[in-house]
Design a protein around this ligand. Sequence first.
Ligand SMILES: Nc1ncnc2c1ncn2[C@@H]1O[C@H](COP(=O)(O)OP(=O)(O)OP(=O)(O)O)[C@@H](O)[C@H]1O
Ligand SMILES: [Mg+2]
Length: 363
Amino acid sequence: MTIKLNKAYNNLPLLPPKQSWVETISILKQESKSAVALAELKGLTNTLPNPNILINAVILKEAQASSGIENVITTQDKLYQALYAKSAKPDGATKEVLRYREALLLGTRLIKERGFLNTNGIIAIQNELEENNAGLRKLPGTALINDLTNEVIYTPPDNFDTINHLMKNLEDYLNEDKDDVSPLIKLAIQHYQFESIHPFYDGNGRTGRIINILYLIYKGLLNEPVLYLSSYIIQNKGDYYRLLQEVRTKNNWEEWILYMLKGTEQTAQNTIEQINKINQLFSETQNLVQEKLPRIYSKDLIEQLFIHPYTKIEYLVNNLGIERKAASRYLNSLDEIGILKSQQKGKEVIYINTKLYNLLKKG
Ligand SMILES: Nc1ncnc2c1ncn2[C@@H]1O[C@H](COP(=O)(O)OP(=O)(O)OP(=O)(O)O)[C@@H](O)[C@H]1O
Ligand SMILES: [Mg+2]
């Protein structure tokens, strides 16, 4: 098969690729499976007692997984401490994960408010992630290198106008639906293209993985960013790098698209299991508190313990509109019956919903 390369664009062809390359029988078969899993996930998120419970937890896991690709090592506990304890002094790795979380939240807001995803939005997301405003690459010299052999495997376009033009083409592809290719297939195509344009000096992988989730929300396949696709990508990183490269060198769209479709299916299934477990733990906790502490029981109270796996007096005061004294009594009673575990952190006491924390840590 010959691939028509456009020299003016540094050999990176504009989108879309030929429909016959990206709609093979195996791709279409896998696409239906992935679509079913994702639809089930979307439906299930609507049954949660409060979607924020899942959103907070999954975003943090996605942030941790995605940042982990650069071998950032940080624990869930450090993340929660950084989010909830005033006295916490997060290390660099923890800060990086929290920046990813902020960038994903920013992107979700942009999609919901504006109803589209353009280059400026993508630049804003990368700024938030990297905490600088370098914007699109203007200087040459960026090359993708094989860590093991130090060989250059790919040199992305390095002319500012070319990068701009390719980004505009990508933007049109994301926002227009001239063809009837399924958004799940387009997800894989746009991710390859974004990574190949490699429009930033750094953070292209992470920004690209954020765009993946936003694209699903934009296309109405998810309501909230509750899919942690990046954990699949990390676990299958060897294939991820190999297949990105094979689209370029062998026009192997099929395997690349299948890889992403399977990732979507698997991650959706994992998230569904996780939601079921959270739902079950929620009911168990509800029953236990109703039985042992009928005087303080309310569904709102239990929800607070799930929205914030690490909670404190001030949250109950602010979110339930109760007095400090009452809030403190509630939390201590929950500590006594083993639902929460208190920890002194600097001047404040933090209460951990240990069962939920353990569940989130595993899944
Ligand atoms: N052969 C390739 N073709 C296109 N893109 C590639 C190729 N190899 C790697 N990439 C992309 O480049 C990304 C790394 O780029 P960059 O260092 O700018 O991103 P990052 O967010 O800092 O790192 P990481 O993705 O490792 O967390 C990879 O995640 C991958 O998406
Ligand atoms: Mg990097």
